[in-house]
Design a protein around this ligand. Structure first.
Ligand SMILES: Nc1ncnc2c1ncn2[C@@H]1O[C@H](COP(=O)(O)OP(=O)(O)OP(=O)(O)O)[C@@H](O)[C@H]1O
Length: 269
């Protein structure tokens, strides 16, 4: 059974809208002590689409991404204001069940970080954490998530070998499989292929395009070609501000802001 993120009392009584929005970010500000890393971000993130976050180093992209599954909670000096509505819950509400939230909103990091366990147990271990132990069910989910992450054919005969015996690109697809095994609705990807070779990078991009049929994806990327190849919408961040948010094609061919134009044409950053 799905663990609720919030009790009904904690949920706000807003009417459910028939829209394709999965996350509604309103006036989101994030601080590290006195440093404001994200300034009043306000935009809607579409369901079953890929949203890219671009911008120069230090402009707040990862901070924004981490706030969507409350990873900033792990940083003692981090503090957030504003709202991120997911379904009918404000993710930033102090009382929500963060463990349940992270199951629905999964995250994959820049550097592949498999557990020091077998390929099979990387996924089985994550399932056990959420109380799924029955061998038949675990076997099914391991296979299903490795298929979804386009890794099954490469590992099906070596499931009990160490995850560290995989290449960097395969390890990253294993980390994606581990996240998919939780059956999330949203997938947060923080530069998931920047540490990989071009072939592994291409595989990850192809995978992202397949996954968006089933998941809503938000990806931080420094690679503007990557953003233009795989994303539907793009948010351009600069010094903590969301300067422009629009369809990716518009951002890259006809941006409305001079700063966006300057950034995408390589004048800074
Ligand atoms: N753990 C932290 N503690 C204190 N300040 C932080 C922390 N993480 C980020 N910051 C600060 O917040 C601001 C935004 O950083 P963030 O990592 O979100 O930017 P970014 O756009 O993702 O950068 P990059 O592209 O280099 O990863 C920067 O000023 C950074 O120094």
């Amino acid at each position: 059974m799905k663990t609720p993120i919030a009790t009904s009392e904690q949920k706000q009584s807003i009417p459910k809208k028939e829209t394709d929005t999965i996350l509604k970010v309103s006036n989101l500000s994030i601080f590290y002590g006195s440093n404001q890393a994200v300034k009043h971000a306000t935009f809607d993130i579409d369901k079953n689409k890929v949203t890219a976050l671009i911008g120069p180093s230090g402009c707040g992209k990862s901070t924004f991404l981490r706030s969507i599954n409350r990873m900033n909670d792990l940083i003692p000096i981090a503090r957030s204001e504003g709202e991120i509505m997911y379904e009918d819950v404000n993710i930033l509400n102090k009382n929500i069940n963060v463990v349940a939230l992270r199951k629905e909103i999964g995250m994959v990091f820049q550097k592949p970080n498999p557990f020091p366990k077998s390929i099979y147990n990387n996924i089985a271990h994550a399932l056990k954490f959420y109380g799924i132990q029955k061998k038949k069910v675990v076997d099914e989910i391991v296979e299903e998530s490795l298929k979804k992450s386009a890794l099954w054919d490469e590992v099906k005969d070596r499931l009990h070998e160490s995850a560290f015996s995989l290449s960097g690109g395969q390890q990253q697809r294993l980390c994606i499989a581990r996240t998919l095994a939780m059956k999330p609705n949203v997938l947060l990807l923080d530069e998931p292929s920047s540490a990989l070779d071009p072939i592994s990078n291409a595989k990850i991009e192809e995978l992202i395009l397949q996954l968006k049929d089933e998941f809503s994806i938000v990806i931080v990327t420094h690679n503007m070609q990557q953003a233009s190849r795989i994303s539907d919408k793009t948010a351009f961040f600069l010094n903590g501000d969301v300067v422009e948010y629009d369809r990716t094609e518009t951002i890259f061919t006809n941006p409305s802001q001079q700063k966006t134009e300057d950034y995408i044409s390589g004048r800074f950053g």
